[in-house]
Design a protein around this ligand. Structure first.
Ligand code: LMR
Length: 335
């Protein structure tokens, strides 16, 4: 009997050891795919998450970050997440319609957030949670919102008055709200994967685009656009999302460690976003390859007036509920 206990004990020890070493040698892999450069707020955030996740799980989780559309482009990465070929993404919320969740596009309304602080506060309120709930039915779990500041807009002509947009083909990332506000000023929006934008601008497939300074710099858009307007007309934010089946299937202790890593990576990303974009804009300015334009208060009002129809139209696209939540959070009126 005693012998049996010893044998059982030894077997248990071997098992415990082998499962420990198995998790160290065969870590859980999280493939984190995204479309921007490493040297951007999102790129740095993804690498910070990797560092912390691997540290807090003692190497039981390995995070493989694939930047710059090196694994998948915009649309493919969302399909890959649903199929389980990747486990984590951080798409811009303008790209969620193919998932069947159009409500996120409300965040793309022009001139919605007065400044960065207003944006940050709003997303910590009920609307952020409410939007994440919408993902659940799609088998996707939202973990965090990552900031990337405000959009500028560019072309090979100065865009200072609404009439300057007339007839221009403008690349947009996916949101019908952006499609709508560019139509309001007479341009022709076109959805295109982020990885294709540089070449499309260079060859004239499109005339212009909108994006944040960090993306203009790292993708070199500023080299193929003569004029950039620092309009800050709309906000760019990301939702870090995971495949729910994968996430819920993780051992609870590991999930807890990853939650902690994500919370810290989120604070880090959101704390650097604004400075990253200011620095990027400075570099673009210094390059001398493009001309920066700033709107006068009158010009800004003219853009706002020209794009106002998008607000009326938005209700039919994103629904009244999310607009009401935003209006309440921001203390504004949405007609
Ligand atoms: C874009 O496609 O313009 C952006 O969503 C890219 C990004 O992820 O910042």
């Amino acid at each position: 009997m005693k012998k049996l206990f010893v044998m059982l004990g030894a077997a248990a020890a071997v098992l415990a050891l082998s499962s420990l070493s198995a998790s160290a040698q065969n870590p859980i892999i999280i493939k984190f795919s995204h479309v921007v450069a490493n040297d951007t707020p999102k790129g740095k955030g993804a690498l910070k998450f990797k560092e912390l996740a691997e540290k807090y799980t003692n190497g039981k989780v390995k995070v493989e970050v694939y930047p710059n559309s090196s694994l998948y482009k915009d649309k493919e990465e969302i399909e890959a997440l649903q199929l389980g070929s990747v486990q984590m993404l951080a798409p811009s919320t303008a790209k969620f319609a193919p998932l069947g969740v159009k409500e996120f596009e409300a965040l793309d309304l022009p001139w919605l957030f007065k400044d960065e602080a207003t944006y940050a506060k709003a997303m910590k309120g009920p609307v952020g949670e409410w939007l994440f709930k919408k993902l659940e039915a799609k088998g996707i779990t939202g973990l965090a919102y990552w900031d990337n500041g405000f959009h500028m807009v560019s072309a090979n002509r100065a865009l200072v008055n609404p009439a300057d947009f007339q007839g221009l083909k403008i690349r947009i990332s996916g949101s019908k709200i952006a499609d709508r506000y560019f139509r309001d000023v007479g341009s022709i929006p076109q959805i295109m994967a982020f990885s294709e934008v540089y070449q499309a601008l260079q060859t004239g497939v499109v005339d212009g685009c909108e994006n944040t300074a960090s993306n203009y710099l790292t993708q070199k858009f500023y080299e193929v656009q003569k004029d950039i307007t620092v309009s800050y007309h709309a906000h760019l934010q990301y939702a870090v999302i995971v495949n729910s089946k994968f996430w819920n299937g993780l051992p609870a202790d590991i999930r807890g460690q990853l939650d902690k890593a994500m919370a810290e990576a989120t604070d880090y990303t959101n704390s650097i976003a604004s400075k990253e974009n200011t620095d990027a804009l400075e570099e673009i300015k210094k390059s001398g390859k493009t001309t920066l334009h700033y709107l006068t208060p009158e010009q800004k009002i003219a853009w706002q007036k020209a794009m106002a129809p998008t607000y009326k139209w938005a209700k039919g696209r994103v629904g009244g509920e999310v607009l009401d939540l935003l209006a309440k959070e921001l203390d504004i009126k949405m007609n």
